[in-house]
Design a protein around this ligand. Structure first.
Ligand SMILES: Cc1cc2nc3c(=O)[nH]c(=O)nc-3n(C[C@H](O)[C@H](O)[C@H](O)COP(=O)(O)OP(=O)(O)OC[C@H]3O[C@@H](n4cnc5c(N)ncnc54)[C@H](O)[C@@H]3O)c2cc1C
Length: 488
């Protein structure tokens, strides 16, 4: 039986994309080559924009309850970035293992009747004008779909089958990540701290308590500079690094893996009816905690566009805007991780540069600029119009609809296009919001721009319906603080 979309890969990117598509009523099949969810977590954080995205779909509450920490900052090569002044309801990083995020998304999908099909490695694809045949190892027949999305990680089979160039450079620095117990935890960190990455005699060691006696251990030193990423991580190697960098003694290793700073990006995100998202489209060093977040944000940008493409009435060229909008965003992340890599080189010249950058980051405007980038909150897509919100994400503000209090994030939970006309909400007369929360058009109170609204509606929604609501300002003191939601 043909389906509308096949997603290859049930990591965070594939799972969020599947959630977005099923929310729009699209038939989805999610395939993963693993026999079952691994339960392992490479990433441990959600950046503020990812937190906002999950809130926009009413998926945040369970994660807030499980989070290990709310960290009011990020970092750039270990140099602190202050998030506390960011104009968001969530001006912090949520410390939460990747596996918890994946569990939540997989559960949401299963509740919508779409279980992940494990043990299904994609090994081939053929596309024609009307669809894609997806070959699964061991299956007698191919799966036919309108579209295929490769969310299958950095060594993406889908990307290789398409022959899309993965442009960039090979790794220069390798490191080890492990979840471990300690022989004696006294003296070990008790709260989630951002890494300083200050090398002790050339060895960087960072420990984060995950709970129940388990610690996340990051190690980068001369011994970790092996060329084979799959070389086993040994007890001796980690015990030596831990004792050298922190004086602590290793207990047992629960899970360990090598990683590196390969920096590559797919030259194009769309080839006909096949698209790439998440690590399949871009890989870089984990410095700054951005990879998983970038993948979630790719999925959020792509989901509604792909849903429109499989149904009728989508505007021409909508699906191509996925590459146009997301390719530059990842390119910027790749660039900032390269820059962070330079600041982490353990030699005198790099240390001098690091000192200069550290000094610059004490200037609030400089710190704010990088914080806005790494948190994902300052992203703006090019759209016409002079309103300060045009192209930016719609802030989550407290409003009243039909006399009842709600928030603009809650109004977006259905994942449809939304035209909000406002009575007394500061700065906004009307705003047209895309399903990914970005503002397609806005006017100030008292301004009239019906031609602009009509043009933006046609540009992003074609003949597809847009929901219209009238929002008002809640009673009480004027908004603007994080307590009442951010300002507009
Ligand atoms: C050590 C380390 C620390 C990190 N820390 C952070 C951090 O703090 N913050 C952050 O934001 N990011 C971090 N990252 C990056 C983050 O983990 C990744 O960016 C994220 O996992 C990408 O998600 P994804 O869904 O795109 O790909 P993946 O998580 O790689 O998922 C791909 C899925 O596709 C499946 N698959 C692969 N091939 C096939 C196939 N042929 N057929 C079917 N299925 C297939 C795989 O089994 C897998 O389930 C870190 C990465 C590393 C290595």
């Amino acid at each position: 039986m043909p389906t509308e979309v096949v997603i290859c890969g049930a990591g965070p990117t594939g799972l969020l994309l599947a959630c977005e598509l099923t929310l729009a009523g699209v038939e989805v099949v999610v395939l993963d080559r693993l026999d079952a969810r691994s339960g392992q977590s490479k990433a441990l954080n959600l950046q503020p924009r990812s937190v906002e995205i999950l809130a926009t779909r009413d998926l945040l509450e369970p994660l807030l309850a499980q989070a290990g920490a709310r960290i009011p900052g990020g970092h750039f090569a270990g140099l602190p970035l202050d998030y506390s002044g960011l104009d968001s309801r969530y001006p912090y990083q949520l410390g939460i293992p990747q596996a918890r995020v994946e569990e939540l998304l997989a559960r949401t999908l299963a509740e919508r009747g779409v279980p992940v099909r494990y043990g299904s490695p994609v090994v081939g694809l053929d596309q024609d004008e009307s669809g894609v045949d997806v070959r699964i190892d061991g299956a007698e027949k191919s799966l036919r779909a309108d579209y295929l999305v490769g969310c299958d990680g950095g060594s993406s089979t889908v990307r290789k089958l398409l022959g899309v160039p993965f442009v960039g450079r090979d790794p220069r620095v390798s490191a080890v990540v492990a979840d471990v117990t300690l022989a004696d935890a006294s003296g070990a960190p008790v709260s989630w701290e951002l890494p300083s990455f200050a090398p002790a005699d050339g060895v960087v060691v960072h420990l984060i308590p995950l709970g129940e006696g388990v610690f996340r251990l990051l190690v980068a030193g001369p011994e970790q500079q092996v060329t084979d990423r799959h070389a086993p991580v040994t007890q001796d190697e980690l015990a030596r690094a831990l004792s050298h960098g922190s004086g602590l003694r290793l207990g047992e290793i629960r899970w360990a893996s090598r990683f590196n700073d390969t920096n590559r990006q797919a030259q194009r995100y769309r080839t006909g009816r096949v698209l790439l998202a998440g690590d399949a489209a871009h890989v870089h060093s984990p410095t700054g905690g951005q990879g998983l977040n970038l993948g979630l944000q790719d999925a959020f940008n792509l989901g509604w566009k792909l849903a429109a493409a499989v149904r009728s009435g989508a505007p021409a060229g909508l699906l191509d805007t996925y590459h146009d909008e997301r390719h530059p965003v990842a390119a910027q992340v790749l660039a900032n991780t390269l820059a962070q890599g330079v600041l982490l080189v353990p030699d005198g010249d790099a240390r001098a540069l690091r000192g200069v950058v550290a000094e610059l980051l004490t200037v609030p405007a400089a710190n704010r600029a990088l914080a806005g980038q790494i948190s994902g909150l300052d992203l703006s897509y090019p759209v016409p119009g002079r309103h300060p919100l045009a192209g930016r994400r719609m802030p989550d503000v407290d409003v009243v609809v039909d006399g009842r209090p709600t928030t603009t994030a809650r109004l977006q939970c259905a994942g449809d296009g939304l035209l909000m006309r406002s009575d007394g909400v500061a700065g906004v007369g009307a705003v047209l919001v895309r399903p990914d929360g970005h503002v397609a058009w806005a006017v100030a109170p008292g301004d009239d721009d019906e031609p602009g609204r009509a043009e933006a509606t046609a540009r992003w929604f074609g003949s597809r319906p847009v929901r219209e609501v009238r929002i008002g300002r809640p009673d009480g003191p004027p908004g603007g603080s994080n307590a009442r939601g951010p300002s507009v």
